[in-house]
Each structure stands twice: as C-alpha cells, then as structure tokens.
Design a protein around this ligand. Structure first.
Ligand code: ADP
Length: 561
C-alpha cells in the first residue's frame, strides 16, 4: 500500500515538475529575442512535446521529460528570470503568473535538492549562487550556432559589420553579433555595457549606426520649478554629483520668490553655405541681390517648398574676398531644424544657379551658421531660440535658501561672470556654469548634446533692487537649440522626459510652441543653477559639498578591463 502511495505521490510531483519546467522553458525561449527566428521553432518543439506527453503516467517518461525540461530551461534561461520578453500574445513584457501553492512546494523541494547537490560547493560572494552554477550561466549566454557562423564571417571581414542590420533584418541580433565580434577581435570585455533594454529598431537610420549597446546615465529631477506661472519638473541626465541638488536649491529660491519669468526674443535656425565666384565683384553682386527685398519674396517661396514647417525669415551675407557666406534663418516648428533648414537652403542654391551660373557652391555649411562651434555670430545674432529669463529674489530667501546675502552675490557676479570672463576673453561665457544645466537637460530630453556649445552661451546678471532688499537675477541666452520632434527626441526614455515637461512631440494646435516652451524651461533651469552655484561660491560651500556628493568612494583600480 505504502508502495502505491509512494508511486502516486512521485507521479504527482513529477507531473508538476514537468509542467513547471515546460512553462519556464517556454518563458526563457521566448525571452531570447536575440534569436527570434529560432525561438518560435524551439518554443513549438517544447510545447508539442509537453502536450503530447502530458497525460502519461509512466514514471520513466516523466523522468525523461524532467531531464529534457531541465536542459532546455537552462539553455534558454534569460538573465532576468522574472521578465518574459516578447511573450506569445504579442505583449513585450509580462510577468510569470503567481505560482500555485503546489508549485511553491515543488519549487521549494527543487531548491532543497539544488542545495543538497551544492552543499559543499563554494558560493559566489555576491549572488550567493554556487560557483558551479555561475559558470554554467556564462555558457548559457554563448551565441547559438547560427550566430556563431555570422560572427566568424564578421571577424574574417567577409560580412561588413555595418551591413548586419540589413542582412539579418533584426536590429537587436545585429547589435549582439557586432558586440561579440568586437569582444573577440579586441580581447576586451564589454560586460557592464548593457545590450538588453534598448529598442534597436528605433535608432536605425536615425540616431546611431553600428550599435553594440548603450550607456546608462542617471536622470535626476529638479522641481517644482515655477516659470511663467506654471510648475515644471525638470529631468537632468548627469554623472556630476551636486548638480541636481544644487539646481534644485536654485529652483526652490525662485519658486518661493514667486517664480521666474521668461521672454522668447527670437526663434530661427540658421544654415550658411559658402559659395565662390571668379571675382569679389561677382560675390558682391550676389550679396546685393540677396539684400533686395523683392528678391527675398521669391527666394522665400522657393525655400518654403521644402517643408510644411520651415519658413524663411531672413538672409544675411558676409564677404571674404571672392567668397560669400550666406546665413539663412528660418523657423522650424517643433524641430530643432538643422535638416529642415539645410533642405530649404539647397532649394535656394539650386534656384540661384539660374541667375548666377558662375556661382560655385563649395559647401552647404561654410561655418558661418555656426553649428557646434563657439562663434560670435551666434552670440550676437542668435541661433535657435533666444531667451531671457529673470527672477526677483527676496533677501530673506537669499539668506534662508541660498545661505548668502545679496551684496555678496552681486559683487561676485560682477567680478567673476563679467570682469573675470572678460579677462579670460570669453565668447558667450559670461556665466558660472550654464553648460552644466544645458547639457544635463539636453541629454535627458534627446537634444543634440554637441549643440551645448552655443546653447550654453549665456550672460548672467545680478543686481540689487528695491533699496537692496531684493536681488534681480537674469540669464540671457541667445542660442538655445532645441526640438521636440526628430533626432533623439523620439527614443523612449528621452520622450518620457519630454512628456514629463508636457512638451513631447509636435504641438498640434500651434507648431513650434513645444520647442519654444522647452527652450524657456532650459533658461529657467539655468537661472536656478546660476543662483545656487553663485551662492555656494560666496558662502564658500563649493568644495565642501563636492567632497560630500562628488567624490569617488570606491576603489577605481578595481575596474575590470
Ligand atoms: P531636424 O530638422 O531638427 O533635424 P527632422 O527633419 O529630423 O528634424 O524632423 C522634423 C520632421 O518632423 C520633419 O519631417 C517635419 O515635417 C516633421 N514634423 C511634424 N510635426 C512637426 C512640427 N510640429 N514641427 C516641426 N516638424 C514637424
């Protein structure tokens, strides 16, 4: 009798084990999105075998299925055991169903048996998993046979690495293969550079070529920031300790003083081709032609055909000998606008060829634009959005929040941001650290980080007003280049940050108002950053707070190569 009971009990436990293993195997197989073409055939095999045998009571068959299930479960195990990527129902992320009490019991029993097997094994100090298992996991993420062939082909140079996406038709698999090939060729590990978690299809042909993973930058939040009567929570992507905390303190100072106010002075992206003539006379002819108001109308209609949003505003030109630099400025809706303005400029140049056949277009960009370089033309004329943002901070708030006094701030601003920058021969750098805030907001919201150069041009002014009872602080920034459509703004994480600011994508009611709003937010965050850093400098807190928030406390020599 006890034999029969034992037999029945064993069968019940076995069947539950088979069911659990099958479910986990399916989960793991689906999770390997890298091998999507393989996954589904493997899933089907596992699935079919399980269903064909699920009613058998034969102990040996069940035993074989357990062995088989265990092997497959290990083979397809995903790094994150709780996440199911690309489940059969089409959803991208699902979680395992809550296990039944029986499943919990079975799982407990299997843990006991694993424990027994490994009771004498050395445990990995970090994970607590026996070393034997950690090693096994490494084997499991080794490439599949089909991938191996492609990897060899990339390493040998037969398949160009850049062609993987188009050849395989699977962007994530292409990134995986490129990455493994790179590791093998260089002998350097890319452990720590994540591969999973990025939608590789979304960057194809738009944001980055030949990806092998992505870097992680923490996103901090400052706010609420009160600007033009509205509250904003501003995301900042940075690895500089203190920056978010300090900007947040500045936001608190402006908020409690009634908020900041901003004015958009100009909104126009520029592109300046360089064209060459045989003589300076001919170059001047074109210059005068472009300055003639009647011609502007015609050129604007040619320019505007290139986009629904690009509208030519003006053309300024400068001569250097027989070369002419023509700076076109146009509105670009919610796009930062470099592509848009370039297309319009190309149309105009093609059109001008009819009247000036001797014009030689040397380059669509002649650096008089001027993009991603410090240049006086942007500082003086503006590029993108020109914004001024101001706030009046009461002396109590200067004392209680900023921990300093108005006179010290005004004096430091004059001697550092104005006189000091003049001594340094600064170009647009009449501020304490505008680029810190600009770069962090740009990274978080998918802007072009290289444009932080001219976008950070800023003059910070501080003045005592109302008989010294209040501080008037302002930042004037002539070249904030931002967009809420195009480029990196469409990537999921950056779009989430834009969404938080209420400026995601194109503004349907009024094209361009999302991008303009974002530019104002950047300026207001810069104002907060300026106030806080300047206050820290007057109070001598800078070094102390950086020691607290911005120091390595870990052994940097321990990094793996
Ligand atoms: P950029 O010129 O900043 O490089 P892109 O040309 O890549 O930007 O992206 C702008 C694209 O978005 C254009 O094709 C444009 O037609 C489209 N678009 C849709 N809505 C808007 C909008 N509100 N403002 C600007 N562009 C928009």
């Amino acid at each position: 009798m006890s034999n029969v009971a034992f037999h029945i009990a064993k069968r019940v436990v076995q069947k539950e084990r088979v069911r659990t293993l099958c479910r986990r195997t399916l989960r793991n197989a689906r999770g390997r999105a890298l091998h999507r073409h393989l996954v589904y055939s493997n899933v089907d095999v596992v699935h079919e075998r399980f269903h064909a045998n699920k009613h058998t009571d034969d102990v040996d068959t069940n035993g074989r299925m357990i062995v088989d299930g265990k092997a497959k479960y290990g083979k397809w195990q995903h790094n994150d055991r709780y996440v199911v990527l690309r489940a059969h129902d089409g959803s991208k992320f699902t979680r395992n169903p809550t296990p039944s009490s029986r499943a919990i019991f079975t799982s407990f029993m299997s843990t006991v048996s694993v424990f027994k097997e490994n009771i004498n094994a050395t445990l990995d100090r970090k994970s607590g998993v026996p070393i034997k298992q950690v090693e096994k996991k490494d084997e499991e993420i080794a490439p599949m046979e089909e991938d191996e062939a492609v990897i060899q082909s990339v390493i040998s140079g037969k398949t160009p690495s850049y062609s993987l996406e188009s050849k395989l038709g699977d962007c994530k698999r292409a990134a995986f293969i490129r990455r493994v090939s790179l590791e093998r060729v260089t002998g350097k590990s890319l452990d720590g550079l994540p591969l999973d978690g990025l939608d590789y299809e979304s960057i194809l042909g738009q944001c980055c070529e030949m990806p092998v993973g992505y870097i992680q930058i923490p996103v901090g939040i400052v706010g609420p920031m009160l600007l033009d009567g509205e509250e904003f929570w501003v995301p900042m992507a940075t690895t500089e300790g203190c920056l978010v905390a300090s900007t947040n303190r500045g936001c608190k100072a402006t908020y409690t003083s009634g908020g900041a106010t901003s004015i958009l002075l100009k909104d126009g992206m520029t592109r300046a081709p360089v064209v060459r003539f045989g003589t300076a006379r001919r170059a001047a002819d074109l210059k005068f032609f472009l300055e003639e108001p009647r011609n502007f109308e015609t050129l604007a209609s040619v320019f505007n055909k290139s986009s629904r949003f690009g509208r030519l505003q003006n053309i300024r030109s400068s001569i250097a000998g027989k070369n002419l630099y023509i700076r076109f400025t146009c509105s670009t809706g919610d796009a930062m606008g470099m592509n848009m303005v370039s297309k319009g400029v190309q149309n105009v140049l093609d059109h001008l060829k009819a009247d000036f056949p001797d014009m030689d277009v040397i380059g669509i960009s002649g650096n008089y634009c001027s993009d991603k370089k410090p240049a006086a033309v942007n500082w003086i004329e503006g590029r993108g959005k020109s914004v001024v943002c101001e706030a009046i901070i009461n002396e109590e708030i200067v004392k209680n929040v900023l921990k300093t006094d108005i006179a010290s701030l005004v004096e430091l601003n004059m001697l550092k941001n104005l006189a000091g920058s003049a001594m340094a021969g600064a170009l647009g750098g009449f501020n304490a650290h505008a680029s810190n805030i600009v770069s962090a907001v740009y990274l978080a919201t998918g802007q072009d980080p290289a444009q932080n150069i001219e976008s950070s041009h800023c003059i910070t002014m501080m003045e005592a007003v109302n008989d010294g009872k209040d501080l008037h602080a302002s930042v004037t920034m002539p070249s904030i280049e931002v967009g809420t459509v195009g480029g990196g703004t469409q990537l999921a994480s950056q779009a989430a940050c834009l969404n938080l600011l209420g400026v995601k994508g194109a503004n349907k009611e009024s094209a361009g108002s999302n991008a303009r709003r974002l530019a104002k937010v950047v300026a207001a965050a810069v104002l907060a950053g300026e106030l806080s850093l300047m206050a820290a400098l007057t109070a001598g807190q800078l070094v102390k707070s950086h020691m607290k928030y911005n120091r390595y406390s870990k052994d940097v020599t321990a990094a793996k190569s």
